[in-house]
Design a protein around this ligand. Structure first.
Ligand SMILES: O=C(O)c1ccccc1N[C@@H]1O[C@H](COP(=O)(O)O)[C@@H](O)[C@H]1O
Length: 207
């Protein structure tokens, strides 16, 4: 079964619900224009509620390196997620494991894109949307090659109704969901989180 990341958490109760549902990784958004943005005090309170052996992922979009460094100094971030136009030299300067998002559009060479990030732990595929991400939009899965030469994290408009089909088709190492488990932007829905996790678990038996 693919691992599960739930992103865009802004409230302690949502974070605990995600943990309870079996999330392996929890995403905090440090991109100020996002409705899911968390400031450092909020992020610190959320991080303090995360049990051992669950990863905290810090998501950035074209951030000033100083902002990333200040966040790393203040919080127990296990993994960085770069979701903007960052190049490999930018991503690796922090000397932390990171995942690099590709915003998928028709005609894009995803193998070449992934080859541009040899230091990345994984490549995350998301739909191309205005605002960089968290748009709840599914991209055309036919654009995904058999192998990227790196673990694949699938995101982009996933929800309890489509995640099993996505996993059967693309066999990602992990899936990442935000909008598909929300009641409104930045506010998660416990029932949707549980339904998503159950649909994902079912693929472990039925792929
Ligand atoms: O969540 C956000 O607000 C966000 C903002 C800027 C870049 C990425 C963002 N989230 C990531 O977007 C994808 C897809 O999310 P969705 O499930 O389609 O809403 C996911 O990887 C989030 O981590």
């Amino acid at each position: 079964m693919p691992r599960l990341k739930i992103c865009g958490l802004t409230r302690r109760e949502d974070l605990l619900c995600a943990v309870d549902a079996g999330a392996d990784a929890l995403g905090l958004v440090f991109y100020p224009p996002s409705p899911r943005f968390v400031d450092l005090p909020t992020a610190a309170a959320l991080a303090g509620a995360v049990p051992p052996f669950i990863s905290i992922v810090g998501l950035f979009v074209n951030a000033e390196p100083l902002q990333v460094r200040a966040t790393l100094a203040a919080l127990p971030i296990h993994l960085l997620q770069f979701h903007g136009d960052e190049d490999e030299a930018y991503c690796r300067q922090f000397e932390r494991p990171y995942i690099k998002a590709a915003r998928v559009r028709p005609g894009m060479d995803l193998i070449q894109y992934a080859a541009g990030f040899p230091s990345a732990q994984a490549i995350l595929l998301d739909a191309f949307v205005d605002g960089y991400g968290g748009g709840g939009k599914v991209f055309d899965w036919a654009l995904v090659p058999d192998s990227l030469g790196k673990p694949l994290i699938l995101s982009g408009g996933l929800d309890a109704d489509n995640v099993a089909a996505a996993v059967r088709r693309l066999r990602p190492a992990a899936v990442d969901v935000s909008s598909g488990v929300e009641a409104s932007k930045g506010i998660k829905d416990g029932a949707k989180i549980r339904a998503f996790a159950a649909a994902l678990r079912a693929t472990g038996r039925a792929v």
